[in-house]
Design a protein around this ligand. Structure first.
Ligand code: ZN
Length: 335
């Protein structure tokens, strides 16, 4: 009975997220992928008034391939503060606010969510009423329609009893359309660019770029540096492949990059994602041209050269990244 329920839940969630429906395939090797009850957040000063907030484990664990909790941060301008990401649960939100209050008493004017996944937005409901929440268009629409399904999906991957159950929907105040960007002037020369380039992991992605300090919040599209591979599990491949490259190309070589789930890195640090996606694209294109089925492609395109110890490599590569590449490229008849 329990198994039946789990399977039903996965099928429902799979429909929302376009995931494969085989239960064994859909579940990662470890649940929770990381534990929202035990994450300790730390502050990293990047420039005057510019901070990353990251799990304390990112320095030691990112390069070991251990999945990390969400990273975010904040920017302090003359007028007030912009928060980037409102994390998974109240424990993390409280830590985030405490870290902000350790350096500034200014009001939290804006909160930006770079994704509609709960680890980036599920504590919006705890923000002060006056804080203006900013998302991309799709994120707001999807959260409004599917909040409970997204919550169940988050519980499936990040566990029960991690405070996810308590999340309440709070609508964004400002949204950014696809292929559009918004500049927010926080005062004191801090003009933040919020960029909706279209799907780079999911259609809900939003990038945060602070040109004056060359700081880039990459969100889920760039999960982390090597050995981490991207999580293209929302059903899309070709659009992300193009948009990841587009965003990568926009960055100057000396940009400071805060990936969605890993230690602070550089432009060179996120090239691993670009290289993996490009290699997968080439190999799947060749397999389709040879007339291979998806099952044949899965047997031959193992990409062992990119399997350098990331705990979730097999789960992501064989269940999502490769099948989504196959689906998009075979449908697209790419040459
Ligand atoms: Zn995330």
């Amino acid at each position: 009975m329990k198994k039946q329920l789990t399977m039903t839940a996965i099928i429902c969630i799979s429909i929302i997220f376009h995931l494969p429906v085989a239960a064994q395939d859909a579940l990662p090797p470890q649940v929770p992928i990381w534990d929202g009850n035990t994450v300790e957040l730390k502050l990293h000063k990047l420039a005057d008034g510019v901070y990353a907030i990251q799990p304390s484990t990112v320095e030691t664990e990112t390069t070991k391939g251990i999945p990390q909790a969400t990273s975010g941060g904040f920017i302090v301008g003359e007028k007030g503060v912009m928060i980037i990401e409102c994390f998974l649960n109240k424990k993390l939100y409280d830590q985030e606010i405490k870290l902000i209050r350790s350096v500034t008493d200014k009001p939290i004017l804006y909160a930006v969510n770079t994704s509609d996944h709960g680890d980036h937005c599920f504590t919006n409901y705890l923000l002060p009423p006056a804080t203006i929440i900013i998302q991309n268009d799709f994120a707001k629409e999807n959260l409004a329609k599917n909040f409970e399904n997204i919550k169940q999906f988050m519980i499936m991957l990040f566990g029960k009893g991690r405070g996810i159950e308590e999340a309440r929907y709070r609508a964004a105040d400002i949204t950014i359309a696809k292929n559009d960007k918004l500049k927010v002037d926080l005062g004191g020369g801090k003009v933040v660019e919020l960029i909706n380039t279209g799907t780079a992991q999911s259609p809900a992605d939003l990038f945060v770029w602070l040109p004056s300090s060359k700081v880039f919040w990459a969100g889920n599209p760039f999960i982390a540096e090597s050995p981490t591979i991207p999580w293209l599990f929302d059903g899309y491949f070709l659009e992300p492949a193009d948009n990841l490259k587009r965003m990568y190309d926009l960055l100057p070589d000396d940009a400071i990059v805060i990936p969605g789930h890993g230690r602070i890195t550089t432009k060179a640090g996120i090239k691993y994602t670009i290289d993996y996606v490009q290699s997968l694209r080439q190999q799947v294109t060749a397999a389709i041209q040879k007339g291979q089925t998806l099952e044949q492609a899965k047997r031959t395109i193992t990409m062992k050269e990119y399997d350098k110890g990331y705990v979730l490599f097999n789960w992501l590569h064989f269940n999502f990244n490769l099948p989504n590449a196959y689906k998009d490229i075979s449908g697209n008849k790419e040459k």
